[in-house]
Design a protein around this ligand. Structure first.
Ligand SMILES: Cc1cc2nc3c(=O)[nH]c(=O)nc-3n(C[C@H](O)[C@H](O)[C@H](O)COP(=O)(O)O)c2cc1C
Length: 318
């Protein structure tokens, strides 16, 4: 069983990943949120810090790149290979309108003819193995078989499938049945992603005789940091380590960012962590609305008074 922590822009940055990896074993790979080389072949300082191997100790990190042109992807791949990376992930799944309008992310799924030209270049010249994270298609899961037929032609090191289409963004039903019905067709090592929110949900997926033994969890792992450890037979999340983890993240962000930015970041992290508590709707509401550190602190105190759920993880707010 391989368990990967999905990239979550705005949450799983380098300090977050380090704190998580230091405290919670079991994650086989972490991915950076996407970095996006500019037309002038540049990366921002933040992106450079994200992929700096000096900021990733004791865990396996795969940098993720998003690009509309193969030459930009390949430029980034060469920089990353020089830093010592042995796998680079191509983002072909980001659904954001501003991203897809530029032909990046899931925008690459709008035309298989253009995608073929893109992949011919990438796989013809990449200096390191390239894995892909993508979706079932642009509009309909029916597009998946043709997409897979095309992808099978390339030496893709691993294929991570988020079981939704671009038009679904992150909502609505996932379609595991589409992924499973095309399993025979797929010649690439496959990683399943989408709504595996709790240890229980991951187990039912892994225990079903699908033949898939690699999964990627995003929101579930952001909520329950012990998800991978629990799945691999380790102890379930406990309150003391959970509190210490929260406090370590909080302290790190306060040291690195302005108070306002640290608060914004912790609200985002905190709304995931809050899902692990039973009956904590009020505390979650307070946390989401907190406009000062004092209000945030009060919400967190309230939150940690609740018991942990028996199957802690991400529970979408209705
Ligand atoms: C806030 C947020 C940020 C995300 N950022 C990225 C990203 O940078 N790169 C990427 O490939 N996917 C990104 N995703 C998608 C996740 O990696 C993952 O595919 C998605 O959350 C579904 O998995 P889950 O149901 O386990 O959360 C993001 C999703 C969310 C909710």
């Amino acid at each position: 069983m391989q368990i990967y922590f999905a990239p979550l822009q705005g949450i799983t940055d380098a300090p977050f990943r380090q704190i998580h990896a230091d405290r919670f074993p079991g994650v086989d790979k972490y991915f950076t949120p996407f970095i996006s080389p500019t037309q002038n072949y540049n990366l921002t300082n933040h992106e450079l810090a994200e992929v700096d191997p000096g900021n990733a100790h004791g865990y396996r990190l795969v940098p993720q790149v998003i690009a509309s042109k193969p030459e930009l992807f390949l430029w980034a791949a060469r920089q990353l290979a020089d830093l010592g990376y042995t796998e680079i992930n191509l983002n072909m799944g980001c659904p954001s309108g501003t991203v897809t309008a530029k032909g990046k992310g899931a925008g690459l799924l709008t035309s298989l003819t253009n995608l073929e030209l893109f992949l011919d270049e990438v796989y013809g010249h990449t200096p390191v193995p390239v894995s892909i994270k993508t979706r079932l298609g642009w509009k309909s899961p029916d597009e998946y078989a043709d997409l897979l037929t095309l992808l099978n032609r390339y030496p893709i090191s691993e294929l991570i499938i988020h079981a939704r289409t671009r038009t679904q963004f992150y909502d609505g039903q996932t379609s595991p049945e589409t992924v499973l019905s095309c399993l025979q067709l797929c010649r690439i090592p496959l990683v399943y992603n989408g709504d595996l929110f709790t240890p229980g949900a991951c187990r039912s997926f892994l225990d079903t005789d699908t033949g898939i033994n690699r999964i990627m969890a995003g929101r579930g792992m952001a909520a329950n940091p012990a998800l991978a450890r629990t799945l691999k037979g380790g102890s379930p999340l406990n309150r003391d380590e959970f509190r210490a983890y929260h406090d370590a993240l909080y302290e790190t962000y306060l040291n690195r960012f302005s108070r306002g930015a640290a608060l914004g970041r912790m609200r985002e992290v905190g709304k995931h962590l809050a899902c692990c508590f039973e009956g904590a709707e009020k505390a979650l509401k307070k946390l989401r609305k907190a406009s000062s550190l004092a209000a945030y602190d009060a919400a967190v105190e309230m939150l940690f008074e609740h018991p942990l759920r028996t199957d802690p993880g991400f529970y979408p707010v209705a």
